[in-house]
Write a protein that binds this ligand. Structure first.
Ligand code: AMP
Ligand code: MG
Length: 376
Protein backbone atom coordinates (compact mmCIF):
# COMPACT_ATOMS: atom_id res chain seq x y z
CA UNK A 1 0.00 0.00 0.00
CA UNK A 2 2.53 2.60 -1.15
CA UNK A 3 0.15 5.52 -1.58
CA UNK A 4 -3.43 6.35 -2.32
CA UNK A 5 -5.32 9.32 -3.63
CA UNK A 6 -7.82 11.34 -1.73
CA UNK A 7 -10.34 13.72 -3.14
CA UNK A 8 -10.89 16.64 -2.94
CA UNK A 9 -8.29 17.92 -0.46
CA UNK A 10 -5.11 19.45 -1.87
CA UNK A 11 -2.05 21.02 -0.35
CA UNK A 12 -3.27 24.51 -1.13
CA UNK A 13 -6.90 23.61 -0.71
CA UNK A 14 -8.02 25.68 -3.69
CA UNK A 15 -8.32 23.15 -6.48
CA UNK A 16 -10.05 19.81 -6.77
CA UNK A 17 -7.14 17.73 -8.09
CA UNK A 18 -6.63 14.40 -6.27
CA UNK A 19 -3.44 14.58 -4.22
CA UNK A 20 -1.39 11.49 -3.41
CA UNK A 21 -1.24 10.89 0.32
CA UNK A 22 1.73 8.80 1.39
CA UNK A 23 0.84 6.17 3.90
CA UNK A 24 3.54 4.03 5.51
CA UNK A 25 4.20 0.82 3.61
CA UNK A 26 3.32 -2.43 5.33
CA UNK A 27 6.29 -4.03 7.07
CA UNK A 28 8.34 -6.85 5.64
CA UNK A 29 7.07 -10.04 7.27
CA UNK A 30 9.86 -12.63 7.24
CA UNK A 31 9.41 -16.16 8.50
CA UNK A 32 12.20 -17.50 10.66
CA UNK A 33 12.56 -20.99 12.02
CA UNK A 34 15.47 -22.56 13.84
CA UNK A 35 14.59 -25.86 15.49
CA UNK A 36 16.32 -26.76 18.75
CA UNK A 37 18.45 -29.56 17.35
CA UNK A 38 19.64 -27.75 14.20
CA UNK A 39 23.20 -26.42 14.30
CA UNK A 40 22.64 -23.69 11.72
CA UNK A 41 19.52 -21.91 10.51
CA UNK A 42 18.06 -22.71 7.07
CA UNK A 43 19.06 -20.25 4.30
CA UNK A 44 15.80 -18.28 4.42
CA UNK A 45 16.10 -17.79 8.17
CA UNK A 46 19.75 -16.82 7.85
CA UNK A 47 18.85 -14.25 5.18
CA UNK A 48 16.01 -12.81 7.26
CA UNK A 49 18.24 -12.52 10.32
CA UNK A 50 20.97 -10.82 8.29
CA UNK A 51 18.46 -8.32 6.88
CA UNK A 52 17.05 -7.64 10.35
CA UNK A 53 20.53 -7.17 11.82
CA UNK A 54 21.34 -4.68 9.08
CA UNK A 55 18.21 -2.67 9.83
CA UNK A 56 19.00 -2.67 13.54
CA UNK A 57 22.57 -1.58 12.88
CA UNK A 58 21.19 1.27 10.75
CA UNK A 59 19.02 2.50 13.61
CA UNK A 60 15.72 1.03 12.41
CA UNK A 61 13.12 -0.89 14.38
CA UNK A 62 12.47 -4.61 13.95
CA UNK A 63 9.78 -6.65 15.71
CA UNK A 64 11.36 -9.85 16.96
CA UNK A 65 10.16 -13.11 18.46
CA UNK A 66 11.42 -14.17 21.86
CA UNK A 67 10.45 -17.09 24.10
CA UNK A 68 8.24 -14.72 26.18
CA UNK A 69 6.37 -12.35 23.83
CA UNK A 70 7.26 -10.50 20.61
CA UNK A 71 9.51 -7.49 21.20
CA UNK A 72 10.05 -4.23 19.34
CA UNK A 73 13.81 -4.02 19.01
CA UNK A 74 16.29 -1.21 18.41
CA UNK A 75 20.01 -0.78 18.93
CA UNK A 76 20.15 -0.02 22.67
CA UNK A 77 23.30 2.07 22.30
CA UNK A 78 21.68 4.46 19.78
CA UNK A 79 19.42 7.00 21.55
CA UNK A 80 17.69 8.02 18.30
CA UNK A 81 16.85 4.42 17.47
CA UNK A 82 15.53 3.89 20.99
CA UNK A 83 13.42 7.05 20.68
CA UNK A 84 11.74 5.33 17.73
CA UNK A 85 10.52 2.57 20.06
CA UNK A 86 8.86 5.08 22.39
CA UNK A 87 7.28 6.79 19.41
CA UNK A 88 5.99 3.65 17.73
CA UNK A 89 4.50 2.33 20.96
CA UNK A 90 3.19 5.63 22.29
CA UNK A 91 5.12 4.65 25.41
CA UNK A 92 5.62 7.23 28.15
CA UNK A 93 9.28 8.32 28.40
CA UNK A 94 9.12 7.43 32.10
CA UNK A 95 8.82 3.69 31.36
CA UNK A 96 12.29 2.13 30.96
CA UNK A 97 13.13 -0.62 28.46
CA UNK A 98 14.61 -4.07 28.87
CA UNK A 99 17.93 -4.51 27.07
CA UNK A 100 18.55 -7.89 25.46
CA UNK A 101 22.08 -9.30 25.42
CA UNK A 102 23.66 -12.33 23.80
CA UNK A 103 25.50 -13.43 26.95
CA UNK A 104 26.89 -12.35 30.28
CA UNK A 105 29.96 -10.73 28.75
CA UNK A 106 27.77 -8.37 26.72
CA UNK A 107 25.81 -7.66 29.92
CA UNK A 108 29.01 -6.67 31.67
CA UNK A 109 29.61 -3.89 29.11
CA UNK A 110 26.35 -2.27 30.22
CA UNK A 111 26.69 -2.31 34.00
CA UNK A 112 28.67 -0.32 36.55
CA UNK A 113 28.36 -3.17 39.04
CA UNK A 114 27.46 -6.81 38.61
CA UNK A 115 26.04 -7.87 41.98
CA UNK A 116 26.67 -11.41 43.17
CA UNK A 117 22.96 -12.08 43.01
CA UNK A 118 22.84 -11.04 39.36
CA UNK A 119 25.78 -13.25 38.56
CA UNK A 120 24.16 -16.25 40.26
CA UNK A 121 20.77 -15.59 38.69
CA UNK A 122 22.30 -15.22 35.23
CA UNK A 123 24.24 -18.46 35.69
CA UNK A 124 21.06 -20.29 36.68
CA UNK A 125 18.48 -18.83 34.29
CA UNK A 126 20.22 -17.25 31.28
CA UNK A 127 19.50 -17.66 28.51
CA UNK A 128 15.86 -17.51 29.59
CA UNK A 129 12.86 -15.47 30.69
CA UNK A 130 14.52 -13.62 33.60
CA UNK A 131 15.32 -9.88 33.53
CA UNK A 132 17.87 -8.54 36.00
CA UNK A 133 17.82 -4.93 37.20
CA UNK A 134 21.38 -3.78 37.99
CA UNK A 135 23.36 -0.50 38.21
CA UNK A 136 23.92 0.86 34.71
CA UNK A 137 27.12 1.89 32.96
CA UNK A 138 27.45 5.24 31.19
CA UNK A 139 27.37 3.32 27.90
CA UNK A 140 23.62 2.86 28.35
CA UNK A 141 21.80 5.94 27.04
CA UNK A 142 19.52 7.63 29.58
CA UNK A 143 16.51 7.24 27.29
CA UNK A 144 16.73 3.45 27.71
CA UNK A 145 16.45 3.62 31.49
CA UNK A 146 14.03 6.57 31.62
CA UNK A 147 16.79 8.57 33.26
CA UNK A 148 17.28 6.01 36.03
CA UNK A 149 20.61 4.69 37.29
CA UNK A 150 19.68 1.04 36.82
CA UNK A 151 19.27 -0.99 33.67
CA UNK A 152 17.11 -4.09 33.09
CA UNK A 153 19.00 -6.86 31.24
CA UNK A 154 17.84 -10.13 29.76
CA UNK A 155 19.47 -12.83 27.67
CA UNK A 156 16.74 -14.48 25.57
CA UNK A 157 16.88 -18.21 24.90
CA UNK A 158 15.13 -18.36 21.54
CA UNK A 159 17.84 -19.26 19.04
CA UNK A 160 16.84 -16.76 16.37
CA UNK A 161 16.78 -13.91 18.90
CA UNK A 162 20.13 -14.91 20.28
CA UNK A 163 21.60 -15.06 16.78
CA UNK A 164 20.12 -11.70 15.85
CA UNK A 165 21.83 -10.01 18.81
CA UNK A 166 25.10 -11.66 17.83
CA UNK A 167 24.77 -10.57 14.20
CA UNK A 168 23.88 -7.03 15.25
CA UNK A 169 26.88 -7.04 17.58
CA UNK A 170 24.86 -4.74 19.80
CA UNK A 171 22.52 -5.06 22.76
CA UNK A 172 18.90 -4.64 21.70
CA UNK A 173 16.39 -2.60 23.66
CA UNK A 174 13.07 -4.37 23.20
CA UNK A 175 9.82 -3.83 25.06
CA UNK A 176 6.80 -5.84 24.00
CA UNK A 177 5.79 -5.03 20.42
CA UNK A 178 2.40 -3.50 21.13
CA UNK A 179 0.97 -0.01 21.61
CA UNK A 180 1.48 1.13 25.18
CA UNK A 181 -0.87 -0.50 27.73
CA UNK A 182 -2.31 -2.95 25.21
CA UNK A 183 -2.05 -6.73 25.34
CA UNK A 184 1.42 -8.02 24.45
CA UNK A 185 1.76 -9.86 21.13
CA UNK A 186 2.43 -13.58 21.12
CA UNK A 187 2.29 -13.98 17.34
CA UNK A 188 3.59 -11.94 14.39
CA UNK A 189 -0.04 -11.38 13.38
CA UNK A 190 -0.68 -9.59 16.70
CA UNK A 191 2.30 -7.33 16.00
CA UNK A 192 1.02 -6.61 12.51
CA UNK A 193 -2.41 -5.68 13.86
CA UNK A 194 -1.06 -3.42 16.59
CA UNK A 195 2.00 -1.76 15.04
CA UNK A 196 1.99 -2.80 11.37
CA UNK A 197 1.98 0.71 9.98
CA UNK A 198 4.69 1.94 12.35
CA UNK A 199 7.56 -0.50 11.78
CA UNK A 200 9.63 -1.76 8.87
CA UNK A 201 10.07 -5.46 9.60
CA UNK A 202 8.60 -8.29 11.61
CA UNK A 203 10.32 -11.64 12.11
CA UNK A 204 7.70 -14.38 12.38
CA UNK A 205 8.72 -17.40 14.45
CA UNK A 206 5.19 -18.60 15.20
CA UNK A 207 3.55 -18.46 18.65
CA UNK A 208 5.77 -17.68 21.66
CA UNK A 209 6.69 -20.47 24.04
CA UNK A 210 5.77 -18.77 27.34
CA UNK A 211 3.25 -16.18 26.16
CA UNK A 212 3.85 -13.90 29.18
CA UNK A 213 6.59 -11.35 29.79
CA UNK A 214 9.79 -12.21 31.66
CA UNK A 215 10.16 -12.22 35.42
CA UNK A 216 11.87 -8.95 36.47
CA UNK A 217 14.23 -9.23 39.46
CA UNK A 218 15.71 -6.16 41.13
CA UNK A 219 19.27 -7.14 42.10
CA UNK A 220 20.09 -3.73 43.60
CA UNK A 221 18.20 -4.37 46.83
CA UNK A 222 18.63 -6.88 49.60
CA UNK A 223 16.80 -9.21 49.52
CA UNK A 224 16.37 -9.12 45.74
CA UNK A 225 12.84 -8.23 44.76
CA UNK A 226 10.51 -9.50 42.06
CA UNK A 227 9.23 -6.39 40.31
CA UNK A 228 7.14 -8.38 37.85
CA UNK A 229 6.22 -12.05 38.25
CA UNK A 230 6.79 -14.18 35.16
CA UNK A 231 7.80 -17.61 33.89
CA UNK A 232 10.63 -17.95 36.45
CA UNK A 233 8.91 -18.25 39.82
CA UNK A 234 9.95 -16.93 43.24
CA UNK A 235 10.46 -20.53 44.38
CA UNK A 236 12.82 -21.26 41.46
CA UNK A 237 14.78 -18.09 42.21
CA UNK A 238 15.06 -18.89 45.91
CA UNK A 239 16.27 -22.40 45.17
CA UNK A 240 18.91 -21.18 42.72
CA UNK A 241 20.09 -18.17 44.75
CA UNK A 242 19.96 -19.85 48.14
CA UNK A 243 18.33 -16.79 49.74
CA UNK A 244 14.80 -15.54 50.14
CA UNK A 245 13.41 -13.29 47.44
CA UNK A 246 10.92 -10.54 48.10
CA UNK A 247 7.78 -10.79 46.03
CA UNK A 248 4.50 -9.02 46.46
CA UNK A 249 1.31 -9.03 44.52
CA UNK A 250 -1.14 -6.34 43.56
CA UNK A 251 -4.41 -6.66 45.41
CA UNK A 252 -7.11 -8.23 43.30
CA UNK A 253 -9.38 -6.47 40.81
CA UNK A 254 -7.31 -3.35 40.68
CA UNK A 255 -8.07 -2.33 44.23
CA UNK A 256 -4.45 -1.71 45.17
CA UNK A 257 -1.06 -0.88 43.75
CA UNK A 258 1.22 -3.80 44.29
CA UNK A 259 3.73 -3.21 47.00
CA UNK A 260 2.90 0.47 47.12
CA UNK A 261 4.34 3.56 45.51
CA UNK A 262 7.86 2.21 45.97
CA UNK A 263 7.22 -0.35 43.23
CA UNK A 264 5.89 2.32 40.90
CA UNK A 265 9.02 4.39 41.31
CA UNK A 266 11.42 1.49 41.03
CA UNK A 267 9.71 -0.11 38.06
CA UNK A 268 7.54 2.41 36.29
CA UNK A 269 6.30 -0.13 33.76
CA UNK A 270 4.53 -2.00 36.50
CA UNK A 271 1.83 0.66 36.59
CA UNK A 272 -1.52 -0.75 37.37
CA UNK A 273 -3.30 -0.63 34.05
CA UNK A 274 -1.34 -2.63 31.52
CA UNK A 275 -1.79 -5.66 29.33
CA UNK A 276 -5.43 -4.70 28.80
CA UNK A 277 -7.66 -5.77 25.91
CA UNK A 278 -9.91 -3.15 24.31
CA UNK A 279 -13.01 -4.97 25.53
CA UNK A 280 -13.73 -4.22 29.19
CA UNK A 281 -12.48 -7.14 31.27
CA UNK A 282 -13.71 -8.14 34.71
CA UNK A 283 -12.27 -10.82 36.95
CA UNK A 284 -14.93 -12.73 38.80
CA UNK A 285 -15.26 -15.41 41.44
CA UNK A 286 -18.94 -15.58 40.60
CA UNK A 287 -18.95 -15.46 36.82
CA UNK A 288 -22.21 -17.33 36.33
CA UNK A 289 -24.43 -14.79 38.06
CA UNK A 290 -22.43 -11.81 36.75
CA UNK A 291 -22.91 -13.06 33.19
CA UNK A 292 -26.60 -13.82 33.69
CA UNK A 293 -27.09 -10.22 34.76
CA UNK A 294 -25.02 -8.86 31.86
CA UNK A 295 -27.14 -10.79 29.37
CA UNK A 296 -30.30 -9.42 30.95
CA UNK A 297 -28.80 -5.95 30.52
CA UNK A 298 -28.35 -6.61 26.80
CA UNK A 299 -24.61 -7.35 26.64
CA UNK A 300 -22.80 -9.95 24.58
CA UNK A 301 -20.21 -11.58 26.81
CA UNK A 302 -16.98 -13.55 26.38
CA UNK A 303 -16.25 -15.89 29.28
CA UNK A 304 -12.72 -17.16 29.95
CA UNK A 305 -13.93 -20.14 31.86
CA UNK A 306 -11.97 -22.49 34.13
CA UNK A 307 -14.61 -25.21 34.42
CA UNK A 308 -16.46 -25.57 31.13
CA UNK A 309 -17.47 -29.10 32.07
CA UNK A 310 -19.92 -27.89 34.74
CA UNK A 311 -23.55 -28.27 33.73
CA UNK A 312 -24.43 -24.70 34.78
CA UNK A 313 -21.76 -23.43 32.39
CA UNK A 314 -23.05 -25.60 29.60
CA UNK A 315 -26.57 -24.27 30.10
CA UNK A 316 -25.37 -20.68 29.96
CA UNK A 317 -23.18 -21.48 26.96
CA UNK A 318 -26.35 -22.25 24.94
CA UNK A 319 -27.20 -18.56 25.02
CA UNK A 320 -26.22 -16.86 21.76
CA UNK A 321 -25.11 -13.91 23.87
CA UNK A 322 -22.33 -15.88 25.57
CA UNK A 323 -19.08 -17.12 24.08
CA UNK A 324 -17.42 -19.60 26.45
CA UNK A 325 -13.67 -20.06 26.07
CA UNK A 326 -12.41 -23.04 28.06
CA UNK A 327 -9.09 -22.06 29.67
CA UNK A 328 -6.29 -24.54 30.48
CA UNK A 329 -6.12 -25.86 34.03
CA UNK A 330 -2.34 -25.83 34.01
CA UNK A 331 -0.77 -22.38 34.72
CA UNK A 332 1.94 -22.73 32.05
CA UNK A 333 -0.60 -23.59 29.36
CA UNK A 334 -2.95 -20.88 30.63
CA UNK A 335 -0.14 -18.30 30.38
CA UNK A 336 0.71 -19.44 26.86
CA UNK A 337 -2.85 -18.98 25.62
CA UNK A 338 -4.02 -15.95 27.61
CA UNK A 339 -2.88 -13.09 25.36
CA UNK A 340 -3.80 -14.92 22.17
CA UNK A 341 -7.28 -15.44 23.62
CA UNK A 342 -7.61 -11.76 24.53
CA UNK A 343 -6.40 -10.68 21.09
CA UNK A 344 -8.93 -13.00 19.42
CA UNK A 345 -11.81 -11.88 21.63
CA UNK A 346 -11.05 -8.23 20.91
CA UNK A 347 -11.99 -9.00 17.30
CA UNK A 348 -15.42 -10.37 18.23
CA UNK A 349 -17.25 -7.15 19.05
CA UNK A 350 -18.28 -8.36 22.51
CA UNK A 351 -19.58 -5.96 25.16
CA UNK A 352 -17.68 -7.47 28.09
CA UNK A 353 -15.14 -10.13 28.98
CA UNK A 354 -15.59 -12.05 32.21
CA UNK A 355 -12.62 -14.04 33.45
CA UNK A 356 -12.90 -16.69 36.13
CA UNK A 357 -10.52 -15.87 38.98
CA UNK A 358 -7.50 -18.19 38.87
CA UNK A 359 -6.23 -20.23 41.85
CA UNK A 360 -4.27 -18.51 44.60
CA UNK A 361 -1.12 -20.68 44.46
CA UNK A 362 2.34 -19.24 43.67
CA UNK A 363 2.46 -21.09 40.33
CA UNK A 364 -0.37 -18.79 39.18
CA UNK A 365 1.36 -15.54 40.29
CA UNK A 366 2.29 -14.29 36.81
CA UNK A 367 -1.13 -15.02 35.31
CA UNK A 368 -2.85 -13.43 38.31
CA UNK A 369 -0.66 -10.34 37.99
CA UNK A 370 -1.53 -9.83 34.30
CA UNK A 371 -5.24 -10.49 34.84
CA UNK A 372 -5.39 -8.01 37.72
CA UNK A 373 -3.78 -5.35 35.56
CA UNK A 374 -5.94 -6.15 32.54
CA UNK A 375 -8.99 -5.74 34.76
CA UNK A 376 -8.01 -2.35 36.10
P1 AMP B 1 7.89 -4.28 28.66
O1 AMP B 1 7.69 -2.87 28.31
O2 AMP B 1 6.62 -5.02 28.47
O3 AMP B 1 9.05 -4.90 28.01
O4 AMP B 1 8.20 -4.29 30.21
C1 AMP B 1 9.43 -3.87 30.70
C2 AMP B 1 9.38 -3.94 32.18
O5 AMP B 1 10.69 -3.83 32.75
C3 AMP B 1 8.57 -2.81 32.76
O6 AMP B 1 7.81 -3.31 33.81
C4 AMP B 1 9.64 -1.86 33.25
O7 AMP B 1 9.22 -1.01 34.26
C5 AMP B 1 10.70 -2.81 33.72
N1 AMP B 1 12.00 -2.16 33.76
C6 AMP B 1 12.77 -1.82 32.71
N2 AMP B 1 13.88 -1.20 33.13
C7 AMP B 1 13.83 -1.15 34.46
C8 AMP B 1 14.68 -0.62 35.47
N3 AMP B 1 15.81 -0.02 35.18
N4 AMP B 1 14.30 -0.75 36.76
C9 AMP B 1 13.17 -1.37 37.05
N5 AMP B 1 12.30 -1.88 36.15
C10 AMP B 1 12.63 -1.77 34.86
MG1 MG C 1 4.94 -4.27 27.46
Amino acid sequence: MPSCSVFPVSATGNDMTPVPVHRPALPILATVNWPEGAGTPDPATAAALAAAAEKLTNGQLVAIPTETVYGLAANATDPDAVAGIFQAKGRPATNPLIVHVSDESMALTLVSQWPDIAQKAAAAFWPGPLTLVVPKADAVPDIVTAGGRTVALRCPSLKVTHQLIKLSQRPLAAPSANRSEAVSPTTAQHVLEGLGNRIGMILDNGPCEHGLESTVLDCTVNPPKILRPGPISAVQLEQALGISVYSSEPETSGAGQGSGSDTVLRSPGTQQRHYAPRTQLTLSKNAHSVITQLIQDGHRVGWLCNSPEESAVQTLAKSPEVLVIPMPKDPTAYARSLYATLHALDQRGLGRLIVDAVPSGPEWAAVRDRLNRAAT
